[in-house]
Design a protein. Structure first.
Length: 271
């Protein structure tokens, strides 16, 4: 099911069911009442759903294994998906046909930059490739090789809002911050619990100055991106690993979620 938590929080939530196909990754499009999401039942088709009437607008078939990355362009109807079938596919919401296909050597993670002109692909948990959306078929214009760590794999990749940084999440006990232009590792953040190799989501604050990630014990760890110093540990009383952590794009609030609850946080200038 898809759970919609409406703001302010005293308004009732809505539940939209997808029992046949299941729901995994879900992303809002630029229309207020539509989303795209990956499935975890029957097939690996991506679905375009109207939240207003719970009806499918379009299907995007093509992947032959589970979709593990899904990123919507910040400027138009383009989105990209990465799958365990070792491909990244480029899509347009207006067409069910794949607009571009990239074959890779391993599991991908991928994300658009804030301007929607570039997307990054993390491959084999050891390199980041940058592609120009207008000429991606010519290959990456930059490749950053990272030190391979056998103890974990990459689970997510995000650009900061100013486009200068890339955050690499792993299913281990650390995340990495790299320079988006040179590929140099700026900081490695650790010291949080993840002994069961859970996929924990990390996020930038909207000003790109701080990095946050949830942990296995339900706490949120916060670092200063410039100094690399840990500045806070927030306890939201989560009863399980925090697998989702995202900021509101317009207000100074963010949400954290485990399998049993969703917490909404508000930031003030004094905290």
């Amino acid at each position: 099911s898809v759970q919609l938590f409406l703001l302010p929080p005293d308004r009732p939530k809505r539940t939209l069911y997808s029992k046949k196909y299941g729901v995994d990754l879900i992303r809002y499009t630029h229309a207020a009442n539509t989303v795209v999401y990956s499935s975890n039942k029957i097939d690996d088709t991506i679905r375009y759903l109207s939240l207003h009437d719970n009806k499918y607008i379009r299907y995007f078939p093509g992947h032959t294994k589970r979709v593990v990355a899904l990123s919507m362009s910040p400027v138009d109807d383009t989105f990209i998906s990465g799958s365990l079938d070792k491909t990244i596919r480029l899509w347009d919401l207006r067409s069910p046909n794949c607009q571009g296909l990239m074959h890779l050597q391993g599991k991908p993670v991928c994300s658009f930059d804030p301007e929607g002109l570039i997307f990054a692909a993390g491959v084999n948990s050891e390199m980041v490739k940058l592609y120009d959306l207008r000429s991606f078929d010519k290959g990456p214009f930059a490749t950053f090789k990272m030190q391979y760590d056998r103890t974990c794999e990459w689970t997510g990749l995000k650009f900061s809002n100013d486009g200068k940084l890339i955050l690499i999440s792993t299913n281990g006990g650390f995340i990495r911050l790299i320079d988006a232009f040179k590929g140099a590792v700026l900081h490695t953040f650790g010291g949080y619990n993840n002994s069961k190799a859970v996929t924990l989501e990390a996020s930038f604050t909207p000003d790109s100055q701080f990095i946050m990630i949830g942990s296995e014990d339900g706490k949120i760890h916060v670092w200063n991106g410039e100094s690399g110093m840990k500045v806070a540990v927030l306890d939201g009383k989560h009863t399980g690993p925090i697998t989702c952590l995202q900021f509101n794009p317009k207000f100074m609030t963010f949400a954290s979620a485990c399998s049993n609850m969703v917490r909404k946080w508000a930031l003030s200038s004094s905290e």
